[in-house]
Structures are given as structure tokens and as C-alpha cells.
Ligand binder design. Structure first.
Ligand code: ADP
Ligand code: MG
Length: 241
């Protein structure tokens, strides 16, 4: 039996043009399978954030496509893509991106309200999600009243709000001290292992490696190296370009 990939990049290509043309992602092919825990590594400027945004449908390629469970992004208009993203993807940022004047609970309730839930029901669900990430004692706190690690927990709860299959995170521990970073790594591991979330995380550090089943190394907009977990250890695999 062959398992079909649930998230696929096909000849994905993205350029930016400021003073000169930058090939941020070049002819990239990638298959991500349900249940994967993928780390995207590579030097600064290698295209990790651009790739993650394209995979999330937050940005459009110049050519090539992303296919999520059979749905091609190129066939969807902005509303269709936003709807698909809302139902399937949770996104976590390095700097948390919480809304400063909303409580932790209301930050988590917001995507539920966007999806059509009335506020009281959204808040009840938000409270459950906050307890899932160990933040039930901080529901009424504003982001400014929380530590960085706590804010990231709230952001992860928010990403989980609409029960996405995928959690995509761009340097989610990049702004945290090592102790808090470790907690966040453990939280992603738990969501992958116990809740079956497919995780794709951009990270400079090797903190996530012990839980990853694949570590992809990017260079100049391409996938340059891949390691896969075989018999408990990450081992290099030959990469097709
Ligand atoms: P990484 O996340 O690996 O550091 P990025 O995906 O942010 O890399 O960037 C890849 C390349 O694209 C870099 O050369 C960067 O300067 C360029 N780039 C990224 N975003 C933009 C943008 N909005 N406008 C112009 N160039 C950009
Ligand atoms: Mg980046």
C-alpha cells in the first residue's frame, strides 16, 4: 500500500524583486505525510519562512503549486484558500502575534468566532484549549501580563482552535530562553504524538530534532539535505532534486 502525501509542494517557486531578483524558493518538491514531525533547518535567508508561508497558503508562488489533501491552492480564490487554511492549518509565529488588548481566552476565541461560533461558546472552547496547553490559570491575563513562554502557549492554543490537521511554526522558540524553549518543544511533541497533528517547524536549533521524524536542510531556496528517523536515529537520505 502506498500512503499518499497530505501536503505536497510541486515545482514550487517564489521570487522577490526589490533591487534585484531574489529566488527565495526554486523548483522545490516536497511531500509531507500525515503524522510527520518535520523540522526545516538551514541558514538565515535560505527560504525557510517563505516555504512555510507558501505551504500555509499565506503567500502565492510565481509558479508551481501546493496541494493539501488533494486540493490545489492554485485552483482556489482568496476566500477558498482562507477557508481551507482556517479549517486545516494552525500557524505559530516567533513573536507570538497575540492581540495585545485581548485576554488570553479572547485571543484563542477569536479564530473560533471567525469560523462562526458565538462568543460564549467560543470562550468555553478557548478555556478548554488553554487548559490543554497548561494555561488554565491565566485565562484572563493580557499578553503583556504573561511571560514569553506563556504567550507562546496561548498562541499554540489559538493555532489549535479550529482543530487543524497541521501545525506550522516559524522559529517558535526563537524568542525564548532555553528552559521555556524546551517546554514549547515538548508541547509540540505531545500534540504530534497524542493528538496526531502533523507538525512542520522551522528552527535554527536542534531542540526539535529528538522528536522529528524528518529534518530537512534548506540552502538557497532548495531542499539540500534530508535526515529521516530510522530505528530511532536520524540518518541522512539521498535527496532527489
Ligand atoms: P529564512 O526564513 O530561511 O531566513 P526567508 O524565506 O525569510 O529565509 O528569505 C529567503 C530569501 O528571500 C532571502 O534572500 C530574503 O532576503 C528574501 N525575502 C524574504 N522575504 C522577502 C520580501 N518580503 N521581500 C523581498 N525579499 C524577501
Ligand atoms: Mg525565517
Amino acid at each position: 500500500m502506498t500512503i499518499s502525501p497530505s501536503l505536497r509542494a510541486v515545482n514550487l517557486t517564489k521570487t522577490y524583486h526589490v533591487n534585484e531578483l531574489v529566488w527565495a524558493i526554486r523548483n522545490l518538491y516536497l511531500d509531507i505525510f500525515a503524522g510527520d514531525f518535520v523540522v526545516l533547518a538551514g541558514p538565515s535567508g535560505s527560504g525557510k519562512s517563505t516555504l512555510l508561508h507558501l505551504l500555509a497558503g499565506l503567500d502565492r508562488p510565481i509558479y508551481g503549486d501546493v496541494v493539501l489533501e488533494g486540493q490545489r491552492y492554485s485552483r482556489l480564490d482568496e476566500d477558498g484558500l482562507a477557508r481551507l487554511r482556517r479549517s486545516k492549518m494552525g500557524f505559530v509565529y516567533q513573536f507570538f502575534n497575540l492581540i495585545s488588548y485581548l485576554s488570553a481566552e479572547d485571543n484563542v476565541a477569536l479564530p473560533l468566532q471567525f469560523a462562526g461560533r458565538p462568543l460564549p461558546a467560543a470562550r468555553r472552547r478557548a478555556a478548554e484549549l488553554l487548559s490543554l496547553v497548561g494555561m488554565d490559570q491565566r485565562r484572563r491575563h493580557l499578553p503583556s501580563q504573561l511571560s514569553g513562554g506563556e504567550q507562546q502557549r496561548v498562541a499554540i492554543a489559538r493555532a489549535m482552535a479550529n482543530e487543524p490537521d497541521f501545525l506550522l511554526a516559524d522559529e517558535p522558540t526563537g524568542n525564548l530562553d532555553s528552559h521555556r524553549a524546551h517546554d514549547i518543544v515538548e508541547l509540540f511533541a505531545r500534540l504530534n504524538r497524542d493528538m496526531g497533528k502533523t507538525v512542520v517547524v522551522v528552527s535554527h536549533s536542534d531542540l526539535f530534532h529528538r522528536y522529528a521524524n524528518r529534518v530537512l536542510g534548506m540552502l538557497d531556496g532548495r531542499l539540500d539535505t534530508e535526515q529521516r528517523r530510522v530505528g530511532g536515529e536520524l540518518r541522512p537520505v539521498e535527496h532527489r532534486r
